[in-house]
Ligand binder design. Structure first.
Ligand code: S3P
Length: 438
């Protein structure tokens, strides 16, 4: 369990590129495996979570080959063509990999057993097994459908119309992936739109997909089942959720001026950037373009005096993974930042609300955490000096290392090895900007 400390650093400067988008990387491998022909993926995130998905797609019958850094090739088997894996599918720390692949297996007449690490095996899976059971799959899991869990895929999957009880792109995607194998139309109704990478990529691979926004803010996503998906190249942009760490570091370390190149700016992913700009952050979008069907830009970020704001609950789906690092930024702001609608944070890689609150407490930041909210009383400076328990959570580790770069005393996190799940090379990238990590 390697610990690491971050110390007050000189002004951060330079240009960096963050690893590929985790959500898009999982989906590119999965849809490549379900398409007919050879898909080439560039910019794939080579973090542990995505490598697990690559290995599982091999076990399910696709040919998945690494051609070079970030360059991967997938020979797909076609919708309905996957085979029963000979061994357990170990998804490691990855909730996205587990839930999306449960959807894939549910639509095929095969049986697969899923497991994960201690963090993943604690996470709720009923949110996917419930709709997938309606489509005809069966599940035997531990303690109310937790992993380890066996999925018996449907012989004749049924299309369903399903209203998501919680805003979750993973659940939406699991249903759509199972719906690929069902005849007729599968519809998912989202209370609030969540990241739409599955929809964009399904369309890119030739599926017929319709999206209708209702007046009440909900969104209806309809997929026509049993398409022939055709292999298509996928260019993965940099992950905005990873860019968040050097970005907040540049905002809080005095004198910093940093460029983060090729960051995905999908409108359903940039709630953090919008919030920070409201707080007074200097973030410029340079060289805006579209790459691989997603908007991208280079971000120029300069040290900024931040002020507290209220973050509306409706914004949560577009920044769900970014609250830990926003809480850190809020600690350096002046005034109170209120974050609402955070119930889902309790069921991420760790209970992120509890982990963030404990980290803020350990480093002298006044705050109040409730069942689904967090209030941070920013004083413009952070005492630091604390040790933070990361609970096998990559984003807790990175968030509090960022805090240490501008705190008065060093901040230590108890375990950095999970950072590789989403951001391999984090320490080296931050050090290249001038961050003091030891
Ligand atoms: C993801 C969706 C989100 C997010 C996760 C990635 C995805 O989870 O937290 O890191 O790729 O679909 P939920 O769908 O559970 O909100």
């Amino acid at each position: 369990m390697p610990a690491q400390s971050a110390k007050s650093s000189p002004a951060l400067a330079g240009a960096v590129t963050v690893p590929g988008d985790k959500s898009i990387s999982h989906r590119a491998l999965i849809l490549g495996a379900l398409a007919v022909g050879r898909t080439e993926v560039t910019g794939l995130l080579e973090g542990d979570d995505v490598l697990r998905t690559a290995e599982c797609m091999r076990r399910l019958g696709a040919k998945v080959v690494r051609l070079g850094p970030g360059r991967w090739q997938v020979d797909g088997v076609g919708v309905g063509g996957l085979v029963e894996p000979a061994d357990v599918l170990d998804m490691g720390n990855s909730g996205t990999g587990a839930r999306l692949l449960m959807g894939v297996v549910a639509g095929h007449p095969i049986t697969a057993v899923f497991t994960g690490d201690a963090s993943l095996n604690r996470r709720p899976m009923a949110r996917v097994t419930e709709p997938l059971a309606r489509m005809g799959a069966a599940f035997v899991g531990r303690a109310g459908n937790k992993l380890p869990l066996a999925v018996v895929g449907a012989r004749n999957p049924l299309p369903i119309e399903y209203r998501l009880p919680v805003a979750s792109a993973q659940v939406k995607s699991a249903i759509l992936l199972a719906g690929l194998c069902a005849p007729g139309e599968t519809t998912v109704i989202e209370p609030e739109p969540t990241r739409d990478h599955s929809e964009r990529l399904l369309g890119h691979f030739g599926a017929e997909i319709r999206i209708v926004d209702a007046a009440d803010g909900s969104r209806r996503v309809t997929l026509r089942g049993q398409p022939e998906l055709t292999a298509a190249p996928v260019v993965v942009p940099g992950d905005p959720s990873s860019a968040a760490f050097p970005l907040v570091a540049a905002l809080i370390v005095p004198g910093s001026d940093v460029i983060i190149e090729n960051v995905g700016l999908n409108p359903l992913r940039i709630g953090l950037f919008d919030t920070l700009i409201e707080m007074g952050a200097s973030i410029e979008y340079l060289n805006r373009r579209v790459a691989g069907g997603e908007p991208v830009a280079d971000l120029r970020v300069r040290h900024s005096a931040l002020k507290g704001v209220t973050v509306p609950a409706e914004r949560a789906p577009s920044m769900i993974d970014e609250y830990p690092v926003l809480a850190v930024a809020a600690g350096f702001a002046t005034g109170t930042t209120r974050m609402n609608g955070l119930a889902e944070l309790r069921v991420k890689e760790s209970d992120r609300l509890a982990a963030v609150a404990a980290g803020l407490a350990a480093n002298g930041i006044a705050h109040e955490a409730g069942p689904d909210f967090l209030i941070v009383a920013g004083k413009g400076k952070v005492p630091g000096g604390g040790t933070v328990a990361t609970h096998m959570d990559h984003r807790i580790a990175m968030s509090f290392l960022v805090m240490g770069l501008a705190a008065e005393r060093p901040v230590t996190v108890d375990d950095i090895h999970m950072i590789d799940t989403s951001f391999p090379g984090f320490g080296t990238l931050m050090a290249s900007l001038g961050a003091t990590l030891e």
